[in-house]
Design a protein around this ligand. Structure first.
Ligand SMILES: [Fe+2]
Length: 266
């Protein structure tokens, strides 16, 4: 396996032009991330060219067509192919209208399998439209099971918006993935070749494991969720983003390292 780099961005929460999110112009923060990537990654620059970037959902503030159009223009600055995923703040139909070339599964969910030098990347659609929690229904899990069954011994990297495990932040766990047990039952027979899970949704730096599978997430570019581990009931607390960031994922045959690149707030 050659040395491979991928980029992980998440939770952009991009609003329509001229609007803000929780009083913050998240477009400026996304700008900072995209400018840094464009300046630093590629031939002759500080960092190697990434094979591709994955954005793990919450692309827009509330799924507005004008926000998707704005995102499409912004992403032209990225120096590599980019694979977009949906989060609970997205609207599937509006996304598909703005990005008609984005692959979908046979049931219209925004799921795809992308082969990389580091393994087969399976990008899941956990959007439960109209709700904040995440779902992986039978149709979506059926697609995942077929991808796993048809990929032999190939190493697998999973990308999803909602994490599969609770994290102890009551307000986020309430809107977590509701079908985690069903997901595990699909993954368990293939556990040995599932190298890592990368997710979004939490707006926090996260490292840990779930059923022994390493898990990683990052703050993202928009705003932060407060670290509040008090027992429920607990309201979700959002903070202005201290440092918009993205991650550089480095893969070798026997290692995975996730570097977070944090930028000055704008
Ligand atoms: Fe988010």
């Amino acid at each position: 396996m050659p040395l491979t780099y991928l980029l992980h961005l998440t939770d952009l929460h991009l609003p329509p032009p001229g609007e803000t999110v929780y009083g913050t112009d998240t477009a400026l923060r996304l700008d900072a991330v995209l400018a840094d990537i464009a300046a630093r990654h590629g031939p002759g620059k500080d960092m190697p060219a990434p094979e591709f970037a994955v954005i793990t959902g919450d692309l827009t503030r509330d799924g507005e067509p004008a926000a998707y159009a704005r995102l499409r223009a912004a992403l032209e600055r990225l120096p590599c192919p980019t694979h977009l995923m949906l989060g609970n703040h997205d609207i599937r139909e509006n996304f598909r209208a703005a990005f008609p070339e984005a692959p979908v599964d046979p049931n219209g969910f925004v799921q795809q399998a992308v082969m990389s030098s580091a393994g087969l990347c399976l990008l899941l659609d956990t959007l439960n439209q109209g709700h904040s929690d995440g779902r992986l229904c039978e149709q979506r899990l059926g697609w995942l099971a077929a991808q796993l069954a048809g990929s032999g011994d190939t190493p697998v990297l999973l990308f999803m918006h909602h994490p599969p495990m609770a994290v102890g932040i009551a307000g986020m766990d309430e809107i977590g993935l509701k079908d985690a047990d069903a997901l595990w039952s699909v993954l368990a027979p293939h556990r040995a070749r599932i190298r890592h899970i990368f997710h979004g949704h939490l707006h926090r730096p996260i490292a840990g494991s779930w059923h022994g599978i390493p898990v990683f997430s990052l703050r993202g570019s928009a705003f932060d969720v407060a670290l509040d581990l008090a027992p429920p009931p607990r309201k979700l607390s959002v903070e202005a983003s201290k440092t918009p960031c993205y991650a550089v994922l480095r893969f070798t045959e026997d290692s995975i390292v996730a570097h977070t690149r944090a930028l000055l707030p704008t």
